[in-house]
Design a protein around this ligand. Structure first.
Ligand SMILES: Nc1ncnc2c1ncn2[C@@H]1O[C@H](COP(=O)(O)OP(=O)(O)OP(=O)(O)O)[C@@H](O)[C@H]1O
Length: 244
């Protein structure tokens, strides 16, 4: 359902993503891991067609996201890294806009907006500008927009980043429920979440894919997921102490 085929994105001579290939099959929930700046968001944007690759092909449900983006997008919900992209809109106007853009008729639009407002608990903020909402509510609006058209495939870029513990629990429960019927690729830095939601991990480091497999198989005997990640990414971006 999600296919990265030798994807690369160059900014000048810098490669944010290099030769990344993987597939996520129907019904899988896969964690996308990597240190800050590893290329997770870039790869996700390439997969959604939001960025064009320098090399390679991204496909959603078999549709090339450069040449057949409309068909692929109809099957896809995307939560961008920093929540919804239209800060001046209200959640209600944003959902109306996306409902229309997704081709829902007025009756379907009302039914789906009511459903996602319930699911994401947006009743109290529906008519406030998104720019004025707390980070947690912004993320929930982003989730509502991503699932509005009941897509088969979800790409969620750090869906719980910046949320308080109760909000994290809420979003995690939502992802778990969605994962029962959808195909999901989600990036996160929270390992507890990886264990709770996914069975497979894809790890990227300095733009390159370095692991694709079962989460348990990442760990050597006696290692935690934390330890395994540190070993695999060589502690890239780890803070050094004053004494070295
Ligand atoms: N438009 C751009 N121009 C130049 N470099 C860019 C651009 N966008 C991203 N990069 C660089 O590409 C690299 C990968 O960035 P990306 O946002 O994909 O990382 P990430 O894995 O999502 O990081 P994080 O965990 O911090 O969100 C970074 O070094 C970033 O500075």
């Amino acid at each position: 359902m999600i296919e990265a085929d030798r994807l690369s994105k160059f900014y000048g001579i810098f490669a944010a993503s290099r030769d990344v290939s993987f597939q996520v099959h129907r019904g899988e929930v896969v964690a996308f891991l990597g240190p800050n700046g590893a290329g997770k968001s870039t790869t996700m944007k390439l997969l959604t067609g939001y960025l064009s690759p320098s090399e390679g092909v991204a496909k959603i449900a078999g549709h090339n996201m450069m040449t057949d983006r409309l068909k692929g997008s109809a099957m896809l919900g995307y939560l961008p890294e920093n929540g919804p992209l239209y800060p001046d809109a209200t959640p209600h106007s944003l959902l109306m806009f996306f409902g229309e853009a997704r081709g829902l008729n007025p009756a379907q639009r009302k039914e789906r907006i009511d459903a996602v407002v319930d699911l994401c608990n947006l009743h109290t903020v529906l008519h406030k500008p998104i720019s004025k909402l707390s980070k947690g509510y912004k993320q929930r609006v982003g989730m509502a927009q991503a699932i509005l058209h009941e897509p088969e495939v979800l790409i969620l870029d750090e869906p719980t980043s910046g949320l308080d513990p109760n909000q994290i629990r809420g979003v995690r429960d939502m992802i778990r429920r969605l994962g029962e019927s959808k195909t999901i690729l989600l990036s996160t830095h929270i390992f507890q979440e990886v264990d709770a939601l996914a069975t497979r991990a894809i790890v990227i480091n300095e733009g390159r894919l370095i692991y694709d497999g079962a989460i348990d198989a990442m760990k050597e005997p006696g290692e935690s997921l934390d330890d395994a990640f540190y070993r695999m990414t060589k502690g890239v971006n780890a803070l050094t102490t004053v004494n070295g």
